[in-house]
Design a protein around this ligand. Structure first.
Ligand code: PHE
Length: 455
């Protein structure tokens, strides 16, 4: 098979650019907003251990698979399967990825919109002197407001579209390179404040000490779904980014570095949140609003809290933005290459149609709060289904594709850059991709489907 090459394609210009863009995609609300409450609802330390095992055993191999598929095919997530497995049904995996992109961006942009409101509140010094009850009430009245959260959501979608419109090098790479390092420094600063609060150790114990009796089949699935969501795997986001990576990039090294950065930031987010949760007497399993109530509480007790709160919500916004651009790019790249649209048209059509779905997610906290299916709001469904079903099954199909269809020699070529770099772990990686990862993902997915909370 030819090594598909299209030299006029836009792409990343440097190694650091690749890491920044891929880590920018991975690190986002999934780490700072989603990880702490999902861990809180599913067993704390025991959840963390399962999560780490999934990152290592499934996350990194799937990430390498996606980068390889993308770089080999030089195509978007849908086109990649058409090129690598012509006349087969494999492109359905790409289609699933595009559906996942719609589902994720719709609810993600709701939360991203909240972060902008909170940035504005931080600038206006709105948290100081408020009790945790007042901060809680402020959050609910904002989230259920008729139009405010919608305006911020639109604003965020437009911002995302503007960067995607600028292209890969001059948009995505340029911004993520500046923004990601700042994010890390700031999270560390807030962590330091959090662990020096009174009773911080209770929070650290909760995060790190495993209580296995809290684990159910559903929480194993949640750990797997969270690992996939956080690494941006299972929907072709990294297939799309992989198609922009230069031929001399070491894909194993890149995957390892991106997964490590992502995991580090998830753990740091836990260290930032849980000590504060315990210190202020919150419940660790409070759900999606945890970050928006607990963090303002920390800020008002810290010296320089005003400045910190501004920087923090700015960075949370940025972390969200570097992820939303990667999700939108999945759809835009597919529209450009498969439907022959211009980048401009593709971006507008994709962003506008996702925004319509997004309105329903946002209204789940207000006007449409009573509209539920199986007791879940539209927001909850998009949130649960995208990570636990679409990304999980997507990851399963991607490893099966790489292990059994792509062909070992093509995968070898990508992982070793046509044999020019050594990859001593190659055999182990292939074994994981062929057997361990599919069996592990399949077992968790099927078991949790049939055996609801039996453990
Ligand atoms: N990984 C991102 C986060 O943790 C979310 C995301 C999921 C981005 C899937 C792209 C694809 O916030």
């Amino acid at each position: 098979m030819a090594n598909f090459d299209s030299s006029q394609r836009d792409g990343f210009s440097s190694k650091f650019g690749v890491i920044a863009a891929a880590a920018g995609s991975a690190v986002g609300l999934g780490n700072i907003w989603r990880f702490p409450y999902v861990a809180g609802e599913n067993g704390g330390g025991a959840f963390l251990l399962m999560y780490l095992a999934f990152i290592l055993l499934i996350g990194i191999p799937v990430m390498m698979s996606e980068f390889s598929i993308g770089r080999r095919s030089q195509k978007n997530t849908f086109g990649a399967f058409k090129v690598l497995a012509p006349k087969s049904r494999w492109s359905i995996v790409g289609l699933m990825g595009i559906i996942a992109a719609f589902a994720i961006l719709a609810f993600y942009s709701t939360v991203a919109g909240w972060t902008v409101e909170y940035l504005v509140n931080a600038i206006g010094d709105q948290f100081s002197g408020k009790s945790k009850e007042e901060l809680g009430a402020d959050f609910s009245s904002f989230a259920s407001h008729d139009y405010k959260p919608l305006i911020w959501q639109m604003f965020f979608m437009i911002l995302t579209a503007v960067i995607v419109l600028a292209g890969v090098k001059k948009g995505i790479e340029k911004y993520t390179k500046i923004l990601m390092p700042i994010l890390l420094v700031l999270i560390i600063a807030v962590c330091i404040r959090s662990i020096t609060l009174p009773n911080a150790s209770a929070g650290l114990k909760y995060l790190f000490y495993p209580v296995w009796s809290d684990i159910t089949f559903n929480s194993v699935l949640m750990a797997l779904g969270q690992a996939a969501f956080s690494l941006s795997i299972g929907m072709g986001c990294l297939i799309t980014y992989g198609s922009y990576i230069k031929k001399d990039n070491n894909l194993f090294k890149t995957s390892f570095q991106v997964a490590s950065a992502d995991t580090l930031i998830a753990i740091l987010s836990g260290v930032m949140i849980f000590p504060a949760v315990f210190s202020f007497g919150f419940q660790p399993d409070k759900g999606p609003d945890l970050v928006f109530i607990v963090l303002p509480n920390i800020f008002q007790t810290m010296p320089g809290g005003y400045i910190f709160s501004i920087i923090f919500f700015f960075l949370l916004t940025v972390a969200a933005l570097t992820s939303t651009i990667s999700v939108l790019e999945v759809v835009v790249a597919a529209f450009i290459e498969e439907l022959k649209m211009s980048r401009k048209k593709a971006t507008i059509v994709a962003a506008a149609s996702i925004s319509i779905l997004g309105v329903f997610a946002t209204l789940s906290f207000g006007q449409m709060g009573d509209f539920t299916i199986f007791g879940k709001t539209v927001f909850d469904i998009l949130n649960y289904v995208s990570a636990n079903i679409l990304l999980t099954f997507g990851a399963l199909l991607i490893v099966i594709f790489t292990g059994w269809r792509l062909g070992k020699s093509h995968f070898y070529d990508e992982v070793t850059n046509q044999g020019s770099i050594k990859q001593p772990l190659f055999k182990i990686i292939v074994f994981i991709i062929r057997y361990i990862a599919p069996v592990a993902i399949g077992t968790v997915a099927i078991a949790s489907f049939f055996v609801k909370d039996l453990l």
